[in-house]
Design a protein around this ligand. Structure first.
Ligand code: HAM
Length: 399
């Protein structure tokens, strides 16, 4: 049997790829407009980088990483996300020493061993943006505004949800209160949540299981436990978003599946497909936890395949010209094709010789808009016969 692609690892082609490219180019141009600088990060990092940043008690680290050992026995991982690698690079290149703050973006494949379904793959692509060195809520507002702009430019219907997860001061008491609350709900929790409720209780809040959802509907909320400075940060953010006309909805159960977040978290959720297309937040301790100086930071990542799924119009390819040499005219016909391409036209050449009808048939099958027919008369006169394949109209034109 012929070898097939690996489950969850897909070829991207045709219309799907056209959508993917359009989504990617719009996101990139919005990021460039906001002065984010691109960095190409490696696909492989030491596994420890993800264990230490995403957190040991997360689905990604516990069951979704593609891990392997190199020849010297060091444990490596295919990156499941880009933030950890961006922080690693920020530290390795000492950007903190050179710049007042740093704005990076990256694009590329990410890998997670999840159960594949529509919009969820084992190899998928993200474009992520990270802003290092700014603690002010204006940065949170700007980052969310970037997300809003790219969704607007792609005409994707979605809602931006926000929440605050507090900081080192106010999260622990909240965590305790939540643990106490969950202890009373044990009989309603799914198997996964029973395992999480003590070690990572916040994750129970965004479990998709119906019984868990119901059980946490009256759980204590982080926003009610925020310390004064987190409260101030969160309320300034909401005020700024309102001032710059960015619609948002508060979701007190939004906790995110990665452990590095502090304060602001957000997601853009498509109401039509019910999937998250963009997600991010603040991670004010991560740079320091990975060995750097204290550096507040925040960012987001879009799932490019998910944006592509939600795009309404897809760009049509340029109209196609097929150059058909007929008779002893090859050098002239090749020159014509070259001249058309130099004018930016999309041109195919009919390499196989044959009767005119057969070649026109070939042009038709390729979906040509124009056949550029070149016989010996045309070559002598320095013209071509341009046939409109839709109307059938044909006229001689100079090139
Ligand atoms: P994340 O929520 O794990 O966050 O992923 C971000 C986005 O990647 C998701 O909203 C989704 O669009 C896409 N995505 C995730 N998993 C899959 C999958 N299996 N198949 C298709 N698309 C997927 C992060 O990765 C953080 N690093 C985001 C961030 C950047 N936070 C701060 N800076």
């Amino acid at each position: 049997m012929a070898i097939q692609s690996v489950r969850g690892f897909n070829d991207l082609l045709g219309e799907e790829l056209a959508r993917f490219r359009r989504a990617s180019s719009v996101v990139r141009s919005v990021l460039e407009r906001h002065n984010f600088e691109e960095i190409l990060l490696p696909v492989v990092e030491y596994a420890e980088l993800f264990q230490r940043s995403i957190g040991e008690i997360t689905d990604i680290v516990q069951k979704e990483m593609f891990l392997f050992k190199d020849r010297k026995g060091r444990l490596l991982a295919l990156r499941p996300e880009g933030t950890a690698g961006a922080v690693r690079a920020f530290l390795e290149h000492k950007f903190y020493a050179e710049r007042p703050y740093t704005k990076l973006f990256y694009e590329g494949p990410m890998f997670r061993y999840e159960r594949p379904q529509s919009g969820r793959y084992r190899q998928f692509h993200q474009i992520g943006a990270e802003l290092f060195g700014v603690a002010e809520p204006s940065a949170d507002a700007e980052i969310i505004s970037v997300v809003y702009e790219l969704l607007k430019e792609l005409e994707i219907d979605s809602v931006i949800e926000i929440n605050s997860l507090g900081c080192k001061e106010c999260r622990p008491p909240y965590r305790e209160a939540l643990k106490e609350f969950l202890a009373q709900k044990e009989e309603h929790l799914c198997k996964d949540c029973l395992g999480r409720k003590d070690r990572n209780p916040l994750r129970v809040l965004d479990c998709k299981e119906k019984s868990c959802k119901l059980a946490v509907s009256d759980a204590p909320k982080m926003v009610d436990y925020l310390c004064d400075s987190c409260k101030e940060h969160y309320s300034q953010l909401k005020e700024l978003l309102t001032h710059i006309n960015i619609p948002f909805r508060e979701n007190f159960n939004l906790v995110r599946g990665l452990d590095y977040y502090t304060r602001t978290v957000f997601e853009a959720v498509s109401d039509s497909l019910g999937i998250t297309v963009v997600a991010g937040g603040r991670y004010d301790y991560l740079v320091q936890e990975l060995g750097g100086p204290p550096t507040p930071a925040l960012g987001f990542a879009v799932g490019v395949e998910r944006l592509a799924l939600l795009l309404k119009d897809i760009p049509k390819p340029k109209e196609l010209y097929v150059v058909i040499p007929f008779g002893d005219v090859l050098p002239y016909a090749l020159k014509v094709a070259k001249a058309l391409r130099s004018k930016g036209k999309r041109v195919e050449f009919s390499y196989r010789r044959g009767g005119l009808r057969k070649q026109l048939d070939f042009a038709n099958r390729l979906g040509a808009k124009y056949a550029v027919i070149i016989g010996e008369d045309e070559a002598k006169e320095g013209v071509v016969s341009l046939k409109d394949m839709d109307s059938g109209e044909q006229k001689k034109v100079k090139i």
